[in-house]
Design a protein around this ligand. Sequence first.
Ligand code: EPU
Length: 344
Amino acid sequence: MRIRENVLISSLTTMRLGGQARYVIEIETIDDIAKAYNFAKEHNLPTWIMGGGANTLSHDEGFNGVILLNKLKGIQNIAQNDCAVTIRSMGGEKWDDLVQYTCDLGYSGIEALSLIPGTVGAAPVQNIGAYGQELAQVIKNVEAYDTQEGKIITLQKSEMKLGYRNTRFNHGKDAGRFFIIAITIVLQKKTLQPPFYNSLQRYIDQHQETDFSPQNIRRMVIEIRNSKLPDPDYIASAGSFFKNVRLSKDEADKLTDQGIPMWRNEDGTGKINSGWLIEQCGLSGKKMRGIRVSDKASLVLINEDAKSYADLDAARAEIIGAVAEKFGIVLEQEPVEMPKGAKS
Ligand code: EPU
């Protein structure tokens, strides 16, 4: 267990904003978890769990508390039969390393989730999804340290309330309660079949691809993502900054005649591409207070040279305001916010 004091949170998050954290503890063994929570209790400080910091925003005041960084490593195949394999990965593994590992072995289920930034432990927190796959389709259980009970528990998929970017881990009374030690997923020994998710199918058609093996789907997804989304290792961003808009059947019916492109599900509920709404407001590629709306993916905000959280706040308000004024739709932010807490 490594304890560091007075660490700039901007060095821990891919958006690269935020003041100092009082303590940062790197969790390297399962025993470190209880020790770290005890440390926080002894110092009477709040805690915050972080993986790769790819979906976290922090404030200029910093955090007068203890950030726990998940560094638990290890990936194992724990069971298999003729058609499926069960894999357990520790939460501190890089998500994309797990995807690479499973694709190299030819297992299908998370290949379209290639190159999503962040850690394995963070994946169930927002139920990551891309190109037609979602973690919810393959996750079996998570092992977690329950901070409320002070013990290690296993949560089954049905106990995680997995929705679109919305789960028991990031919403409601249990948000922040569980430190995710490991996840177990079940993958298939088969290849995906067309039709694929829109942008992936377009790539397949254009390049006349016929190999749908996990390795090749991974290669294609990486190429599509690289052409559209900034690489957080080089460009400061938090991926999609806004959620797409989910509509009930009634809401979808009402908006249908307004010329807004919409995806309809079989049950009549709808989805609106928030990037399209932002584009229609003329904001694509625009820079506001050091924050640029990506011209390739308008849902993504890039921190070019924002000086503070206040800059981001102003840029966000301008975007949300413009979309609300034009369409009467209030965009919801995707990344989670650390609590404000001045470091004393
Ligand atoms: N859509 C469908 N079916 C399709 C294609 C698109 O329903 O076959 C819908 C989508 O659900 C969405 C809209 O059409 O409402 C636009 O989708 P698009 O693929 O253009 O991507 P996006 O909305 O810009 C989302 C995720 C990305 C993910 C891509 C690719 C969110 C907030 N963002 O972006 O995730 O990589 O789809 O699947 O859902 C992230 O979360 O950080 C992120 C980058």
